[in-house]
Design a protein around this ligand. Structure first.
Ligand code: ATP
Ligand code: MG
Length: 553
């Protein structure tokens, strides 16, 4: 319902809070766990959180939710910051870390113990699980639940001092083992984990659970609107319980929205990590990955990603969004921003037999058809050229609008030529086409009135440059990988990467800077690879085709 009436119900909530004076300054945060690279779902969360702050003149913090040191690393911390900045957002002040609140969180744990609202439990994980009950049956109190405050305090301090083994004890909240909400059945607040932390080193051997940390971190930072995804809705009563029973200074309110799941994509960090660890993709920023850094390397611009995040809306419904919407946003953005260039993927030589050997005409072509301010580029025209092998046939019917023996075609931005002869190899495949130039046809129709059948792209064989092209397709073959219960890896598209080692590009393209975007006429949008491209050895990644041709329709 909400999704129909308001594209972003959170804006309405914040507006009302401001109007009614419930909040003065809007403070939000983006709280990633540094256990992987950011993906398209995080981009959505970033656009929601930073977007609310921006819209209402507030602030948005970046907070690393680093309560689980085992899976976290500095590499992830660095990449997350880089990606947020690249998307065009600026957090308030320095990045924050949940780990810098460990002292405060621990003090609050002792506070709960003193209030008889938390206890140290010695049950094994298996025993605890058995007493926990099920969705339909209440749980059973732990035999350790009624320990005295003194004993609990002593045990907790000894846990902290490292006296006990991992897994031998936990600190639990004393709430209600019969609650219909499983999250309230004496949830764990602290675990013993004897591993160093990337921020706090060996200072701690006990770590707070995500649930005990998250809401309080928001309270410490004075977050007014604590926005998260729907799976945390059932945790909200627990977060509220903590805020009620702890001497916190502020009371953040939590709001949940539906996760963004584009079709043909996985947005679980665990699965994305598996793709990297199993070398099914080259890296986290492999251009096929739905990570922010992968999309960047693929050639998506931040504006397109942000636009898509707006287009899908912010609702209280989980669901799969057609990835074609993302691709649409990317295409629309690049159509406007990408200068044009010519590239031949599957080269076939054309010799213009009546064009003087050694002559070079420097043609001037617009870099963009509708944006004059992007200027022109020089495109050298010579006697020997490459065209795409698909753009020539010895014979063809009328529907074929390219070069045919005895017929004319226009070379984009240059002359009309007429094919006269073809040289073939032993199998009859064309290896060279001989053609003549129809005089005085740059920007003009032929004087004899015989019009060309179409326009094709070309590159000078003498002045053009070889380039490597990496052509990408969707990483998965099905809308919802793993949906039918099969391993999601079974749904991988085996043809998601194709490398063309010897494409030909017009010479000015070799000088492209890494991450420069282009539309290669008739072929699609391409970007100079962020790492591998150089003027000496040009490498371009295909961002997306010119039209939505997926699905073979
Ligand atoms: P995963 O389940 O892949 O581990 P996560 O949700 O645990 O992802 P976090 O690093 O905790 O990853 O996410 C940071 C923020 O981004 C959280 O507020 C989370 O709700 C939000 N987020 C993560 N995935 C999505 C998604 N697909 N759509 C919208 N928001 C998301
Ligand atoms: Mg999470």
């Amino acid at each position: 319902m909400e999704s129909k009436t308001s594209a972003n119900f959170l804006q309405t909530i914040v507006e009302e809070d401001l109007r009614e004076g419930r909040v003065k300054d809007v403070v939000t945060r983006f709280p990633p766990e540094p256990n992987g690279y950011l993906h398209i779902g995080h981009a959505k969360s970033i656009s929601v959180n930073f977007g609310l702050a921006e819209r209402f003149g507030g602030r948005c913090n970046l907070r690393f939710d680093d309560t689980n040191p085992e899976k976290e690393s500095q590499e992830y911390i660095d990449s997350i910051q880089e990606d947020i900045l690249w998307l065009g957002y600026r957090w308030e002040g320095e990045p924050r870390f949940a780990s810098s609140y460990f002292g405060q969180l621990y003090a609050w744990a002792e506070h709960l113990v003193r209030e008889s609202l938390a206890y140290v439990d010695d049950l094994s994980a298996e025993e605890a699980r058995q007493l926990r009950g099920t969705l339909t049956e209440p749980g059973v109190n732990s035999p350790n639940r009624e320990r005295s405050v003194e004993e609990n305090l002593d045990l907790l301090r000894r846990m902290k001092a490292g006296e006990f083994d991992e897994g031998s004890r936990v600190l639990r909240a004393k709430i209600d083992m019969a609650s219909p909400n499983m999250n309230l059945r004496d949830p764990i607040l602290y675990r013993i984990r004897k591993i160093p932390h990337h921020q706090t080193g060996t200072d701690w051997v006990i770590y707070p659970t995500y649930d005990f940390a998250h809401g309080q971190e928001d309270a410490i930072e004075g977050i007014t609107h604590s926005v998260c995804t729907l799976e945390f809705e059932d945790h909200r009563p627990l977060y509220d319980w903590f805020l009620e029973h702890l001497p916190v200074e502020s009371r953040p309110r939590q709001y949940e929205f539906g996760r963004l799941n584009p079709s043909y994509t996985v947005t679980s960090k665990r699965k994305l990590k598996q793709l990297v660890d199993d070398a099914l993709v080259a890296s986290w920023d492999d251009p096929r990955m739905p990570t922010v850094s992968g999309m960047r390397r693929r050639g998506y611009r931040p504006a397109a990603i942000n636009r898509f995040c707006e287009m899908v809306g912010t609702t209280r419904k989980d669901g799969v969004v057609d990835v074609a919407m993302l691709e649409f946003a990317v295409r629309e953005d690049l159509n406007e921003h990408a200068p044009r260039g010519m590239c031949v993927l599957n080269p076939l030589k054309v010799v213009l037999t009546d064009y003087p050997e050694g002559q070079v005409e420097e043609l001037r072509l617009a870099r963009h058809p509708s944006r004059e301010e992007l200027g022109e580029r020089g495109v050298p025209f010579t006697r020997e050229l490459y065209i795409d092998a698909d753009d020539f046939r010895a014979e063809a019917n009328k529907k074929y609008k390219r070069l045919v023996l005895g017929k004319r075609v226009r070379l984009r931005g240059a002359y009309v030529i007429e094919a006269r002869d073809v040289v073939t190899d032993a199998d009859g495949n064309p290896t060279e086409v001989h053609a003549v130039v129809v005089p005085d046809t740059v920007g003009k129709d032929p004087a004899d009135g015989v019009k060309p059948k179409g326009v094709i792209q070309w590159v000078s064989a003498e002045k053009g440059r070889r380039a490597e092209l990496r052509l990408y397709d969707r990483l998965f073959n099905v809308e919802q990988p793993g949906r039918g219960g099969q391993d999601f890896l079974e749904d991988l598209n085996p043809d998601s990467l194709q490398v063309v080692k010897e494409a030909w590009i017009e010479p000015s393209l070799a000088a492209a800077k890494p991450e420069e975007h282009f539309q290669f006429e008739r072929e699609g949008y391409f970007v100079a690879d962020r790492y591998d491209h150089s003027e000496q050895a040009p490498v371009f990644n295909k961002t997306i085709g010119l039209r939505d041709t997926w699905g073979g329709s």
